[in-house]
Design a protein around this ligand. Structure first.
Ligand code: FAD
Length: 232
């Protein structure tokens, strides 16, 4: 079987690796071709801080919570292995603060050490009335993507990367039995319109503050703002 994956950000490369690991022993021959017009270090994923913690609520999409738990548990198996630091994996603790009392987040049983903030802790965050503390996983894109590319080069006969922009599925379907589309944040409206996928925009400010060791995610529901600090 020839599988095409479009996109070489964290989603595309992880998809290629997951397909290989799940199926190479049962589907033979299996080759995976990754097509992308940008590879590391030029994807959005390279710039991500890599905090693996979903939104406060999965809005009833329970599979999102399940996928996060599976990803967290999968990465946890590497964290004490020699690959952990090459992959840019580590655990880091921090504060989630909210402008008004809210239901416990959907990730409470996925992360470690989840608990409510005390009044004393909340005094550090004026304007925020409620919150939680927990330890989350960090998967730094600047390390994780090069690690995935090194993995693909080790399997050069089975996993091949092509620097190429794809405009439509038709370009690939004649020579591949399965096409996975993972073009992430750049989107691919002409190839596969998806009304659920919406771009969002924000500003990132990089500051030199080595004394900051915890992340802080601040949700202001009244103003519809989400501001965060992630050390790294
Ligand atoms: C500054 C910043 C910080 C962030 N921090 C976090 C964080 O802490 N935690 C978190 O979970 N998320 C974070 N994010 C969001 C996260 O980076 C993205 O959700 C994630 O990188 C998306 O990955 P992706 O693989 O889907 O897309 P991308 O990394 O954008 O990769 C898309 C791939 O598709 C390819 N492609 C697109 N169109 C085509 C085409 N037509 N033909 C061929 N190839 C194509 C591109 O070349 C690229 O290889 C952050 C984002 C930014 C910008």
């Amino acid at each position: 079987m020839r599988v095409a994956v479009i996109g070489a950000g964290v989603i595309g490369l992880s998809t290629a690796q997951s397909i290989y690991e799940h199926y190479h022993s049962v589907v033979q021959p299996l080759t995976i071709q990754v097509y992308a017009d940008r590879f590391t270090p030029l994807t959005t994923s390279d710039g991500a801080a890599g905090l693996l913690q979903p939104n406060l609520s999965d809005r009833g999409k329970e599979e999102e919570t399940r996928w996060t738990k599976e990803t967290f548990d999968h990465l946890l198996t590497f964290i004490k292995s020699p690959h952990g630091s090459e992959m840019g994996l580590f655990l880091q603790s921090g504060f989630n603060v909210v402008s008004e009392p809210a239901q416990e987040p959907c990730f409470k049983d996925i992360v470690f050490g989840f608990r409510e903030l005390s009044e004393r802790e909340l005094q550090m965050f004026p304007g925020y009335k409620h919150g939680w503390f927990n330890t989350a996983m960090i998967v730094e894109g600047k390390s994780y993507l090069p690690w995935l590319m090194r993995w693909s080069r080790l399997l050069i006969l089975l996993v091949k990367c092509h620097h190429r922009r794809i405009e439509s599925f038709a370009e690939l379907h004649t020579c591949h039995s399965m096409v996975m589309m993972d073009c992430g944040t750049n989107g691919w409206r002409s190839g596969q319109p998806d009304s659920d996928l919406r771009p969002s925009r924000g500003q990132i400010i990089k500051v030199d503050a080595p004394w900051l060791k915890h992340w802080v995610l601040a949700h202001n529901f009244t103003k519809g703002e989400f501001t965060y600090i992630i050390p790294g």
